[in-house]
Design a protein around this ligand. Structure first.
Ligand code: FAD
Ligand code: MLT
Ligand code: ZN
Length: 468
């Protein structure tokens, strides 16, 4: 067997093969998983990624692709065998082409999402993928997880935003699918195999992404109401009034808003009194601000008149809009600061969200009196982060020990409603075992056959996505 470290250093340069101070690469964002990689390698380009993958294969070492390491499921965290190589894509951060006429940009996988949003804006275009981790997650990681975020309602998941891909396969071959085409029916659309595959089938090194016209006008509001059913009615009313101009609709329980106010005291003042539920919503378009404001405000007035909402705050400036959005964006961080919580990232049909909440809450309260559900998420997509914080008085380890039981309570209802136990975060090593419970044997068998065909030695991010 070739000496991996010697050869990797010769290939990448000694400073790009790290064997000490690896904590930032070896632990996940939530601090739930940590591993002990043999090394962290930082290739500079696709050719180096391909050579490194060949070297890993020759040495019989498995590898873990890593982007911004913001996975919620330990997807980019190596195991503790000391035999895995983390391949960090951070140095693949070049923009290869931006074409406002074709409405596309071709970028390397390690580009930070927020930088791509800014780049699109500089060219008077919109790249609509938007999520709380956008300042550190990478487009390669977004594609590998088929990330969702807050604008799926209007623009779709990451899968809908990708036109082409370049992928290094498990044997080190480079699959170049970097086409900027809107139409191409020439056989199986191979790029889709790698989108959402969490690095288990290949390493994404570049992508062609869709751009959209830059919005000229934007309206943001924060509304308060009594029941999730009213949120659904508001969603219908706003979409009816605004059509495609309605881009985001995010639900928050009062408990999750209060948690943000507790941990982020600079959060904006909201309403004079408590309300059980809130949404932050956004509309945007390419027309005049006054026309958008008028349609948005008329729709909200109608919601107030019909008693669908109790109260509403309209952002009167970009600063205020950002502050209102931060209440939503800071929930994950506030939950981290608050300690252990059992996280769910579920989807049910949008119309079933109220029934889902009504069914699960009493089951949880009966099993764990005093439990603190923190419910928020992308209601417009039927995707809730149904997180469950420990009852007051219960220790963190005792609460963590209840994870499987809490999961069964929540996820069995999801399954009965034909839902998904992981809507946008993927499976990683946190939820892969739930495949066996909630996917059919045929689905798992087909996935294993694909995995074996593309990665027969099982070297690409083993222990993630598929059940062990
Ligand atoms: P990593 O965490 O580094 O990796 C994620 C997975 O992709 C791993 O399996 C890894 O092996 C694989 N991978 C990474 N790069 C590549 C590559 N180039 N080729 C092949 N495989 C690769 N997610 C949402 O969907 N919606 C949200 O609203 C959202 N909000 C978030 C808010 C916060 C505060 C945080 C911390 C996370 C949030 N996430 C959200 C989760 C996370 O940001 C996304 O999953 C994101 O897409 C991961 O990108 P990353 O670059 O950090 O990937
Ligand atoms: C979000 O929507 O804020 C994220 O997906 C992260 C989370 O689950 O908290
Ligand atoms: Zn989310």
């Amino acid at each position: 067997m070739p000496d991996f470290l010697t050869q990797a250093r010769a290939l990448l340069g000694p400073s790009h093969v790290l064997t000490t101070e690896l904590a930032a690469y070896a632990t996940d964002w939530r601090g739930k998983f940590s591993g002990a990689p043999l090394a962290v390698c930082r290739p500079a380009d696709t050719a180096q990624v391909a050579a490194l993958v060949k070297l890993c294969a020759a040495c019989g070492l498995s590898l873990v692709p890593q982007g911004g390491n913001t996975s919620m499921c330990g997807g980019a965290t190596p195991d503790d065998s000391g035999q895995q190589v983390v391949i960090s894509l951070s140095r693949l951060n070049r923009v290869l082409e931006i074409s406002p006429l074709n409405n596309t940009m071709t970028v390397e996988a390690g580009c930070i999402l927020q930088n791509l949003q800014h780049l699109a804006a500089e060219h008077d275009r919109l790249f609509p993928l938007s999520l709380g981790a956008e300042g550190s997650c990478q487009i390669g990681g977004n594609i590998a997880t088929n990330a969702g975020g807050v604008q799926v309602l209007r623009y779709g998941n990451t899968r809908d935003l990708v036109l082409g891909l370049e992928v290094v396969l498990a044997d080190g071959q480079v699959l170049n699918l970097l086409k900027a085409l809107r139409k191409d029916n020439t056989g199986y659309d191979l790029k889709h195999l790698f989108i959402g595959a969490e690095g288990t089938l290949g390493i994404i090194t570049a992508a062609v992404l869709k751009l959209f016209p830059a919005p000229r006008a934007k309206a943001v509001a924060f509304a308060a109401f009594q029941t999730p059913q009213q949120a659904l009615e508001l969603l219908g009313l706003m979409r009816g009034a605004m059509g495609d101009r309605f881009t985001a609709f995010e639900l928050m329980s009062d408990a999750s808003v209060k948690l943000v106010q507790q941990y982020f005291p600079a959060s904006p003042a909201l309403f004079g009194q408590s309300h059980p539920w809130h949404v932050v919503m956004q509309a945007s378009d390419g027309g005049a601000q006054a026309a958008l404001d008028q349609a948005f405000e008329t729709a909200l007035e109608s919601a107030l008149e019909r008693g669908i909402i109790d109260d509403v705050l309209l952002a009167s400036s970009e600063t205020q809009a950002r502050e209102l959005w931060m209440v939503r964006e800071n929930i994950s961080e506030a939950q981290q600061l608050d300690g252990a919580n059992i996280k769910h990232d579920i989807a049910v049909p949008v119309s079933s969200v109220p029934a889902f909440i009504d069914e699960v809450l009493p089951l949880l309260q009966a099993a764990y009196p005093g439990v603190r559900p923190m419910i928020y998420g992308h209601l417009g997509d039927g995707n809730l982060h149904f997180n469950v914080s420990r009852p007051a008085g219960m220790s963190t380890p005792d609460w963590q020990a209840e994870t499987d039981r809490v999961n069964v309570i929540v996820l069995d209802v999801v399954a009965r409603m034909q839902g998904s136990f992981s809507a946008e975060h993927g499976l990683g090593q946190l939820k892969n075992h739930e495949m066996a419970l909630y996917k059919t044997p045929l689905e798992i068998d087909l996935m294993r056959r694909l995995k074996n065909a593309l990665d027969p030695k099982g070297l690409m991010n083993p222990g993630k996505l598929l059940p062990n």
